[in-house]
Design a protein around this ligand. Structure first.
Ligand SMILES: NC(=O)c1ccc[n+]([C@@H]2O[C@H](COP(=O)([O-])OP(=O)(O)OC[C@H]3O[C@@H](n4cnc5c(N)ncnc54)[C@H](OP(=O)(O)O)[C@@H]3O)[C@@H](O)[C@H]2O)c1
Length: 294
């Protein structure tokens, strides 16, 4: 038996999830790395073990676990939630840091859903719902990594399928993430806590695949320059995420809050404050993910 906090980290092979995983493991949490490919997850787990061992920090093999899931596929999400519940009797934290900007959309999945929306919004929503009961046992904290862009929801085209422009679709998915983080805080206050976390701009410049990240043309050039001059390393987001996960004895003190790295943002956020929007989006996602029949 372990009394370590168990924290599930989506996007654990990425910049922010990776930074959070190292920071949490270093502080003695049991981390569960979630992603699509077992080999990438195992490679990330090994790199964390090496980093800890270089720092003289002991960790058991079971302190860094992996769980395969494809968030664009709701069957995979259901399967992963069932597996998580059978393997972890306590789930103290869930970090939602999955997905990225996908070009040349709409990319329609066999399910009929749009790839970027399904991965960033539907899959994480469904996964969270399926774990809520388990997380309530331990005053669980859900941390949604956000980008601070706002795009009106188009209720006739929520997934940006009919009218798809990459940036608009991405920003709309990012807006949905913030809306749901706040709605979760309102609905489950006193049972679990939910926060939104703005990582600013974080890129792992040591990633050997870094060049494959960027689009071609001017946008690719723009992001390369942004990365050279402004990107911060994963630890810059990972450390404050670990603080939020592990430092609060009473997590309800931060329920519904928005953080920019280690700073709590008091200025009201348009997407998070809109209760009507929150309720409507929640209901839509309930039905899109099959949690309630349409
Ligand atoms: N980096 C930033 O500066 C920044 C700023 C604001 C907001 N954000 C947001 O924060 C989140 C993480 O950003 P990041 O920079 O860490 O991203 P990243 O390095 O591109 O990593 C993306 C992660 O998402 C996972 N992923 C992608 N599609 C998936 C799927 N269908 N199922 C399961 N996992 C999937 C990837 O895992 P595998 O490919 O290994 O499966 C990877 O771990 C994104 O939502 C991003 O929009 C990032």
């Amino acid at each position: 038996m372990t009394n370590k906090q168990t924290i599930l980290i989506t996007g654990a092979t990425g910049n922010i999830g990776g930074g959070a995983a190292v920071a949490l493991a270093r502080r003695g949490a049991r981390v569960v790395l979630l992603g699509r490919r077992l080999e990438s997850l195992e490679a990330r787990a090994d790199s964390i073990r090496v980093a800890l061992s270089e720092e003289g920090i002991e960790c058991q093999d079971t302190d860094i676990a992996t769980l395969v899931v494809d968030f664009s596929d709701m069957e995979s999400v259901r399967h992963a939630a069932t597996e998580a519940m059978s393997r972890f009797s306590m789930i103290n934290g869930l970090i939602l840091s999955v997905g990225h900007l996908v070009q040349n959309g709409p990319n329609i999945l066999p399910s009929g859903h749009e790839l970027m929306f399904a991965t960033s919004v539907m899959g994480p929503f469904l996964f969270t719902q399926l774990l809520l009961e388990r997380m309530q046992r331990s005053d669980g904290l859900i941390l949604q990594v956000i980008a601070p862009f706002y795009e009106e929801i188009d209720w006739q085209d929520l997934e940006s399928i009919r009218n798809h422009r990459t940036t608009t679709a991405y920003n709309r998915a990012k807006t949905c993430e913030r809306v749901i983080a706040a709605e979760l805080a309102r609905r489950y206050a006193g049972r679990i806590s939910s926060v939104a976390f703005n990582p600013t701009y974080v890129i792992d410049k040591s990633d050997p695949e870094l060049d494959k990240r960027w689009p071609s043309g001017f946008m690719g050039f723009f992001w390369r320059m942004m990365t050279v001059f402004f990107a911060k390393p994963p630890a810059v987001a990972g450390e404050p995420i670990a603080d939020l996960m592990l430092s609060y004895r009473d997590r309800s003190a931060i329920n519904g809050a928005l953080f920019k790295l280690d700073k709590r943002i008091e200025k009201p956020d348009k997407a998070m404050n809109d209760k009507v929007l929150g309720k409507r989006l929640w209901d839509e996602l309930d039905s899109l993910t099959g949690l309630t029949p349409e």
